[in-house]
Design a binder for this molecule. Sequence first.
Ligand SMILES: Nc1nc2c(ncn2[C@@H]2O[C@H](COP(=O)(O)OP(=O)(O)OP(=O)(O)O)[C@@H](O)[C@H]2O)c(=O)[nH]1
Ligand SMILES: [Mg+2]
Length: 360
Amino acid sequence: MRIKKFTANNYDTALIEVKKALGEDALILSTRSIKPPTLMAGRKEATRVEITAAVEYVAPIIVPSAKLSDENESSVLNEKGDVELKSLIFNLLSQSGQAQSLGLQSHQFDTYSRMVENGLDEKLAAKILQKTLEHNTQKNINCGKDPVMNLMKKVVPCKGEIDLKADGPKIVAFVGPTGVGKTTTIAKIAAEYALRRGQKVVLVSLDTYRLGAIDQLRVYGDIMEVPFEVAGGKEDLRRIVGSHSDKDLILIDTTGRSHQDKDYSGQLKEIFDEVGGVEIHLVLSVTAQEKLFAATYHQFSPIGVDRVLFTKLDEGLSFGSLFNFSVRNRLPISYFTSGQRVPEDLEVARPDRVISLIFN
Ligand SMILES: Nc1nc2c(ncn2[C@@H]2O[C@H](COP(=O)(O)OP(=O)(O)OP(=O)(O)O)[C@@H](O)[C@H]2O)c(=O)[nH]1
Ligand SMILES: [Mg+2]
């Protein structure tokens, strides 16, 4: 077996390198981010990704010369043994102390590598496998992929669609980085409640920062014949909410800001506190780095984030990160979006879907 490490600026490029060097059958043993060793004066170096991959080394089995015909004199025989390969890799991992420290057993290796390949955190994947093993050993069941998927379904928090209130309007605000799809998602949700369910919906934009942002939501409001309001600040928002007390759902759009903008969540908190009872959905795109999820969550946590909503599933390559994020932070997922079409490309998040994103 050949084992090689590949480093690149991102996972996709590293994977291309792996396939180039070791072929399509290469097995990913581990992936990790490498922080730059030092901060160069005034210049921040980018974090790199390292993939350790293996491919079966095909040992040439030389056929005894007495039995060689002219035709196959120089031929070698390839002996392929998947089981042997897996146990070799497993041994190798054990040697390096990884597998043992993770407490895995060799029959779990397949599922483990699949989970990790799809972006599940190594420790989280191992923990799920250990738990499944403990549970199934008690019941004398062999630990295949299904029990693992069942456990994952139980642990991934999904809260489903927005619950309307019996008395007064439900107020929901959408916050997150720039360009993740907040405004488009609000339009999709508004269409679902206003057009499909016949509820009374109001669209409010707090996004007076970016040129054109107001018009973007206003156009959706016009098309759906749903009232649209612009709030310049907290008093404005309080007034707007007060004037729509007969409505079922008030959806608030906010300006997208970089996670480096530390003051922004303080400003939003002041605005939302003025109104009270605002449910906050953090909008994240699955195309972003997982580290950005954590940084953004940290940025907005002073407001009190209630749900996470993942967009751009159609552009995502691996989905373990959304599982890691919501499980680690115990933050329920509300919706997924998987395209630009309003209102079609919106779905209520369900554990089954999360698991199929990871395993299929
Ligand atoms: N592929 C894909 N594109 C999406 C999805 N959701 C939104 N978009 C696109 O992403 C782009 C940005 O969407 P917006 O809704 O303007 O994003 P935003 O978060 O409101 O952006 P800012 O207000 O600038 O922070 C648009 O071109 C959308 O059509 C999705 O699920 N999949
Ligand atoms: Mg927007």
